[in-house]
Design a protein. Structure first.
Length: 175
């Protein structure tokens, strides 16, 4: 076989392997999302949205710079809808390391504390919860500040945190 043909075949195989690996990593990140059974009354509004690297700018309106500056790898976002059309937003950001996730949490969420009921540290507001677990930063925001919405936000966050602790084998690709 000609050396140039062999080189071309090797390049094509390398691209196919890279594409397969990225697809597997995205699918693994999607598996962290809460199921409707874990947040009763809520269903995915559509398929999850994903972004890697610079494509984060297209996914979130503003704020992508802070994630990219601190080692953003990939994200998956899912919107859930309730029968009254209320929305629950779940965002999972995978960073290159714990330090990056910690820095984004501090910059975006304010002073994190360890007493938010989930994750290594986080910030809790009237209708949202942002927390860090390892190199992942998770944001869950509900439709309002009602007790029911707060319970749903916490249930979704706990489902994600549980999967992160159980599945340390989520593929990680460095940028």
């Amino acid at each position: 076989m000609d050396a140039q043909v062999r080189k071309g075949l090797l390049a094509a195989v390398a691209v196919l392997i890279a594409v397969a690996w990225v697809g597997a990593a995205s699918a693994a990140l999607e598996r962290l999302l809460p199921s409707p059974a874990e947040i009763p009354g809520w269903e995915p509004e559509g398929p999850p949205q994903e972004a890697e690297g610079e494509r984060l700018f297209a996914l979130i309106n503003g704020g992508a710079e802070v994630y990219l500056r601190h080692g953003f790898v990939r994200a998956v976002l899912q919107v859930y809808v309730r029968s009254d059309q209320a929305l629950l937003h779940v965002e999972i950001y995978q960073m290159a390391g714990e330090d990056g996730a910690r820095r984004v949490l501090a910059e975006r969420g304010g002073a994190p504390t360890r007493s938010v009921g989930v994750g290594a540290e986080g910030v809790r507001g009237d209708h949202y919860l942002v927390f860090r677990e390892g190199s992942y930063l998770i944001s869950v925001s509900g439709p309002d500040s009602s007790a029911e919405a707060q319970r749903t936000v916490l249930a979704a966050a706990r489902a994600i945190a549980s999967r992160l602790k159980e599945n340390r084998d989520v593929p990680h690709i460095f940028p």
